[in-house]
Design a protein around this ligand. Structure first.
Ligand SMILES: [Zn+2]
Length: 263
């Protein structure tokens, strides 16, 4: 907590949003959805972090389209969804505390002035209030359920092109580390749709150094997990968001039946 005139100042004011939003399950479901980059709220105390308005509409602030896909998918499956509410520019909830890009001083070429020269106390305040609060809640929710009937699903979206303009060909990517079997099985189901280009650890490679949520919650427990990345131009409007949510809501139960046969 910061000290100002002898009074403790918290990062979030009394009326500000909680760091996570829970969509409760309405049926007994194996699917446990999380969305690390769903939100782009910034605590009032941090202003605009020194970034112009236009930057807040870009992928650097959040994963475009994924909040809506996650919500539609949660509705269709009736399962739990834990969403992060604050922008990854405040603190990236898919990075361990202290990771070089946890509180990025520069993001995709844009300097984030409000993240530069932070004191240890300021960093800790963001970690405690947003990062740890979110992951503690995921831990709490996992502790409430039967883990042998749980598929951990982490939802993300990626930009259609690299920074240098090179196009990314994949419609969807499955990232994996501790559970390549689940990724392979889901890739097969997606490829059976007939028209999809499915990335295998593309556009990113999942590992314990560069990511946090899946290794920390699922890898440590050896829980079956899928990390799903959808290309942002496919889910930038309501039609695309619904289409992808419906596709995943149809394929995930099929996946789960087949996954159970594997063990
Ligand atoms: Zn993401």
């Amino acid at each position: 907590m910061s000290q100002q005139n002898g009074t403790e100042i918290s990062l979030l004011g009394k009326d500000e949003a909680q760091p996570y939003h829970i969509h409760q399950a309405v049926v007994d479901s194996p699917f446990f959805l999380i969305s690390d980059h769903a939100g782009r709220v910034v605590p009032e105390r941090l202003g605009d972090l020194g970034l112009p308005r236009s930057e807040w509409d870009r992928h650097i602030a959040y994963d475009i389209g994924i909040r809506e896909v996650g919500r539609h998918l949660q509705q269709a499956l009736g399962c739990l969804l834990v969403e992060q509410v604050y922008s990854r520019l405040v603190i990236d909830c898919n990075r361990a505390a202290g990771h070089p890009t946890s509180i990025p001083p520069v993001s995709d070429g844009a300097p984030v002035l409000g993240n530069q020269g932070l004191s240890a106390v300021e960093r800790m305040q963001r970690e405690e209030t947003i990062l740890h609060a979110y992951h503690d809640e995921i831990e709490r929710q996992l502790a409430l359920r039967a883990l042998d009937e749980t598929l951990f699903v982490s939802l993300h979206s990626f930009t259609p092109a690299m920074q240098d303009g090179q196009k990314r060909p994949w419609d969807i990517g499955l990232l994996h580390d501790h559970d390549p079997h689940s990724a392979r099985l889901m890739r097969g189901l997606l490829e059976d749709e007939g028209s999809l280009c499915v990335g295998d650890n593309q556009p990113y490679v999942l590992n314990v150094q560069n990511e946090y949520s899946v290794p920390y919650h699922a890898g440590r427990r050896n829980l079956p997990a899928l990390e799903i990345e959808i290309r942002q131009d496919l889910i930038s409007d309501e039609v695309g968001q619904r289409l992808w949510a419906e596709r995943l809501a149809r394929l995930l139960p099929l996946f789960w039946e087949k996954r159970k046969d594997m063990v």
